[in-house]
Design a protein around this ligand. Structure first.
Ligand code: BES
Ligand code: ZN
Length: 641
């Protein structure tokens, strides 16, 4: 009894030290504490995590969850297995949490039973959440945390039956990137900390649970009790779950799609090139190392286009255009199986390593599967949108190695890491030639497979393995300009599309009055040509022109989400009232942030528009994901409720 009391006091002291260390936020102090061993020297500080992996490193996460739809919470345990650095034996375990209710924490030494231990939840920061500090007895190797999530967890969305395609059963899904895993699992939520994971998930009997792991069921059998295992070490932002009325459809020998039953046929048709894409990527960049590649098509409130959850890409239903014209999104998420999931950004300021490489790979896959003209169209659209974005962007955000200290890492989600990153890699390819460059990229994936690396590690590798052998082609100064300076270097590649040149010529002739709207030859236009046409038109268009274009091409009624979005943006800008009902329908049925955010921003530019925006948002907000809500709340100055 006395001994327990004594231990408790020791834990409390350790806790206080731990709390002081983390809440002081003194990076320098932490850094100097870290210089003690060589292993610590290689760790960079992740400013978006409270955790202390330099002292205690979590290796495996075992989850046991009850999915409680009536309460909109996950309730259960997370058991973390960790290693401890020899000279940090007294250090507590510090985890990231956000809005979690921690009921009890236990620790154990391998083979021994669990005992309750002390813990402390520190003050919550708006961006980072709250540190959970757990006192560890000398030989502890595991902690078991009993907890539940909040109905407002930033990384989960709970959908009522009406918000699904089937309208009969509820749905739940997670979205952990960048720092939302901590809102449903207490863990070291840093992309520099890789873990394997296992899970047991209990759901209502009629629903299926799927995860970014091995164990997803391909049959329609359901018992409400599912088990998963992720045997490869992944960063926490790739842990993902969805629960709903889901059906599986095979696409190829190792590929398939999950969707609600009423969406499965459409999804399977749209995604029928998936196996071909995996094969093409393997040929270019080496073996696919994860086993299966499946895609989950989510309800329309999914806030992103896609999310590269390993073994199971999560995708918005807005890519289901009916003609496979928007599947570069799948090429993108698939490419992350190499750039991002295999070789991962160590911190969020290295995000461009994930997204720049992935956008580059995406275009290479598109070229391999659909040909160079399609690649050049998409690359041109990418470069154009980057240029537009750069024009209105602060200098500090135009840098690939962006400084996100004190900021929400979601602020780094701009076109810069994607398109500027991809242009940089294309520039390298153009300079050294495709053969050498592809060999370099394959070598890079092999060398850093299943590791998390910083920009500096990449630059050193680049220097040694590409630049050193080709000093006259690319200089270190060039590379520095790309990575550490704002804006686009003068020598940035300029993608070129013959098809787009023709589209521009027609737009010009139409605008000058040389040809009538009916004489524009649109019959063979692809989605990309339509998008380019609309974007080529001047920002200000007369009411007559808007009506004329709509009359000729039925733009307000287009089902293709990208075309509809572009047209609706133009409709707001030019006060084209005939598109109002479609705008309302679009904003109240789709929650993809890439579409929703710019439309509300455009509306908010005028007082009349702001009024309409608020009316529409009042109806749409309950159906939006927390991530989309956060963005639109800021635009329309809504308080968090
Ligand atoms: N990993 C990203 C999505 C992401 C990034 C979520 C950062 C949260 C924080 C994903 O791979 C992605 O880039 N999706 C894009 C689509 C892509 C085709 C550009 C999207 O959702 O728009
Ligand atoms: Zn991506």
């Amino acid at each position: 009894m006395n001994k327990i009391k004594y231990l408790k006091i020791i834990f409390c002291i350790a806790l206080i030290i731990g709390v002081n260390l983390t809440s002081s936020g003194n990076a320098q102090e932490k850094q100097s504490n870290m210089r003690n061993t060589s292993a610590m020297r290689t760790m960079v500080k992740d400013v978006h995590s409270y955790s202390n992996p330099q002292a205690v490193k979590v290796r495996h996460v075992d989850l046991d969850w009850n999915v409680l739809f009536d309460k909109k919470i996950l309730r259960g345990t997370a058991t973390l297995t960790f290693d401890r650095t020899p000279n940090a034996k007294n250090a507590p375990l510090v985890l990231d949490t956000r809005d979690l209710t921690i009921e009890k924490v236990e620790t154990s030494v391998v083979g021994k039973s669990y005992r309750t231990t002390t813990f402390n939840v520190g003050a919550a920061d708006k961006i980072l959440g709250a540190p959970l500090t757990i006192g560890l007895p000398a030989n502890a190797t595991r902690v078991r945390i009993h907890y539940s999530t909040s109905p407002n967890a930033s990384g989960l969305q709970w959908l009522a039956p009406e918000q699904t395609a089937g309208k009969k059963t509820p749905f739940m899904f997670s979205q952990a990137q960048a720092i939302h895993a901590r809102s449903f699992i207490p863990l070291q939520d840093s992309p520099g900390v890789r873990v394997t994971y296992s899970a047991r998930v209990r759901t209502p009997k009629n629903l299926l649970a799927v995860m970014s792991a091995e164990g997803n069921s391909q049959t329609s059998q359901r018992n409400g009790d599912y088990k998963f295992n992720m045997s490869r070490a992944i960063p926490p932002y790739l842990i993902a779950i969805a629960v709903g009325d889901l059906q599986f459809h095979e696409l190829g020998k190792r590929t398939g799609v999950y969707a609600e039953p009423s969406m499965i046929e459409k999804s399977a048709f749209e995604l029928s090139d998936t196996e071909k894409m995996v094969e093409a990527t393997e040929k270019l960049f080496g073996a696919y190392r994860w086993g299966r590649y499946d895609i989950l098509v989510l309800p329309p409130s999914f806030p992103f286009g896609g999310m590269e959850n390993p073994l199971l890409t999560f995708a918005t239903p807005t890519i289901l255009a009916g003609d496979k014209s928007l599947v570069s999104l799948i090429a993108h998420e698939l490419a992350h199986s190499w750039s991002g999931n295999l070789v991962t950004n160590a911190t969020w300021r290295d995000f461009w390593l994930n997204e720049g490489f992935t956008t580059y790979l995406e275009r290479r896959i598109i070229e391999a599967v659909y040909g160079k003209p399609r690649r050049e169209m998409e690359a041109t659209l990418g470069r154009r949108s980057l240029e537009e974005e750069l024009a209105g962007m602060e200098q500090r955000d135009q840098i690939l190695h962006v400084d996100l200290n004190g900021r929400d890492p979601d602020e780094g989600f701009t076109g810069v890491p994607y398109e500027k990153g991809a242009l940089f890699l294309r520039r390298l390819e153009e300079k050294v030639g495709r053969e050498k460059f592809d060999k370099f990229v394959r070598g890079y994936f092999d060398k850093y497979a299943f590791q998390s690396i910083t920009t500096k590690t990449f630059v050193d590798y680049l220097q040694k393995n590409l630049l050193a052998a080709n000093p006259n082609l690319v200089s270190v100064t060039d590379v520095d300009e790309w990575i550490y300076k704002a804006g686009l270097p003068k020598n940035a590649p300029q993608p070129a599309s013959d098809a787009f040149v023709k589209v521009e010529a027609q737009a010009k002739n139409y605008l000058s009055g040389k040809i009538s709207v009916g004489a524009i030859e649109t019959k063979s236009w692809t989605t990309q040509e339509w998008l380019h046409f609309l974007k080529t038109l001047p920002t200000d268009l007369s009411a007559k022109r808007m009506a004329e274009l709509d009359g000729a091409f039925n733009l307000t009624k287009r089902g293709n989400s990208e075309i509809a979005f572009q047209w609706l943006l133009m409709s707001i800008r030019n006060d084209y009232a005939a598109a109002n009902p479609r705008l309302e329908e679009f904003l109240t049925s789709i929650g993809r942030r890439k579409f929703v955010k710019p439309l509300f921003e455009e509306l908010a530019k005028t007082s009349e528009g702001t009024k309409r925006a608020n009316e529409i948002y009042a109806r749409a907000r309950p159906g939006y994901h927390p991530i989309t809500v956060a963005s639109v709340d800021t635009i329309l100055k809504w308080k968090k409720s």
